[in-house]
Design a protein around this ligand. Structure first.
Ligand code: HEM
Ligand SMILES: *[C@@H]1O[C@H](CO)[C@@H](O)[C@H](O)[C@H]1NC(C)=O
Ligand SMILES: *[C@@H]1O[C@H](CO)[C@@H](O)[C@H](O)[C@H]1NC(C)=O
Ligand SMILES: *[C@@H]1O[C@H](CO)[C@@H](O)[C@H](O)[C@H]1NC(C)=O
Ligand SMILES: *[C@@H]1O[C@H](CO)[C@@H](O)[C@H](O)[C@H]1NC(C)=O
Ligand SMILES: *[C@@H]1O[C@H](CO)[C@@H](O)[C@H](O)[C@H]1NC(C)=O
Length: 262
């Protein structure tokens, strides 16, 4: 009896999901350029192989782990699915998200530009540049603006292929807002630096550092409000003709900001 029961148990183990469950990607499993989706996958909130992720699974994962409104989860899934090269696909795999120029953009906070190589793997030296602008135990919007501007300038100065679409630019505002207000406090726009560093560097939820699933539902308006604030602070920090980031941002017409700026 026992010998037939044990393999059955082993077979269901990979399906376990939760805050207390965590394992990095195995040899045939994939991850992508998004530190948070990788994190949720390592915890099993998303399928551990990182593949064939459906709308419902995405909505449930973001809700169960982070208390993100399922309508917002569904909206984000609509972006994810555009990265799957298979026509009319109904799922995406995490590595699809790294396809350069769809959602994936230059000047990431922790990944190389496509020109230099791999856009999916965490890159410590790039992340070290980013976090050098988080000059305290608590990250705020000004620090996030400074970090993002610095990464833009470095990429523009070193990458002869640098490009930034409006979608990429807006996604970047969303990502920088998200590491503060999804992981941290959406009322004050702040987050303990240790939590954010843990997520980026370990792709694990920082429960041992005091993080808990947020009590309040994270809404579309929360993201929109903090993306706008980040853009406002960015403009106030660096503007005018001398600023290559501002020039780049003015290139091309700005599409209508349906929803919250994407
Ligand atoms: C279905 C939902 C999501 C999708 C489709 C998605 C997609 C992506 C993609 C494609 C990137 C790569 C952009 C680039 O740097 O080139 C990215 C980066 C990022 N995402 Fe997500 N993401 C999702 C949810 C989240 C959530 C909930 C958070 C909350 C913290 C988050 C935080 C980030 C951050 C901070 C980055 C920037 C990483 C870097 O610049 O190195 N994402 N995401
Ligand atoms: C699952 O994803 C892989 C790529 O990671 C793809 O080749 C395969 O067709 C997908 N399967 C389904 C059923 O969508
Ligand atoms: C989730 O967001 C949608 C769209 O913003 C909103 O209509 C809905 O009421 C929200 N759900 C909850 C439970 O607040
Ligand atoms: C994808 O969907 C469109 C619209 O429904 C359809 O015309 C097309 O034939 C589909 N392509 C494939 C490969 O199924
Ligand atoms: C990390 O990024 C830097 C700057 O683009 C690059 O020189 C370095 O080779 C990258 N490291 C790895 C391990 O890819
Ligand atoms: C920031 O500056 C850009 C370019 O000048 C402008 O289009 C945009 O409306 C400004 N955003 C905010 C939130 O002030």
């Amino acid at each position: 009896m026992k010998s037939s029961f044990l393999p059955a148990l082993a077979a269901i183990t990979p399906a376990l999901a939760g805050f207390d469950t965590w394992a990095p990607a195995g040899p045939y499993e994939v991850r992508g350029p998004c530190p948070m989706l990788n994190t949720l996958t390592n915890h099993g909130f998303l399928p551990h192989d990182g593949r064939n992720i459906s709308r419902e699974v995405t909505e449930n994962a973001l809700f169960d782990a982070l208390n993100i409104n399922k309508t917002l989860g569904s909206f984000l899934f609509d972006f994810a699915i555009t990265t799957n090269p298979i026509e009319n696909a109904t799922t995406f795999s995490l590595n699809d998200l790294g396809n350069h120029g769809v959602l994936e953009h230059d000047a990431s906070l922790s990944r190389s530009d496509a020109y230099f190589g791999n856009t999916i793997n965490f890159n410590q030296s790039i992340f070290d540049e980013t976090r050098s602008y988080w000059v305290g135990d608590t990250i705020n919007i000004q620090m996030a603006a400074n970090a993002r501007l610095a990464r833009f300038k470095t990429s523009m100065a070193t990458n002869p292929d640098f490009s930034m679409s409006e979608l990429g630019r807006n996604f970047g505002f969303g990502e920088s807002a998200a590491y503060i207000v999804v992981i941290g406090d959406k009322e004050t726009g702040t987050v303990p630096k240790a939590w954010v560093e843990w997520v980026f560097q370990h792709e694990q939820l920082p429960l041992h550092l005091g993080w808990k699933r947020p009590a309040g539902l994270f809404q579309e308006d929360d993201l929109g409000r903090w993306m706008d604030e980040l853009e406002r602070v960015t403009n106030a920090t660096e503007s005018g003709e001398g600023c290559p980031v501002a020039k780049q941002a003015r290139r091309g017409a700005r599409p209508p900001r349906s929803h919250f700026g994407f």
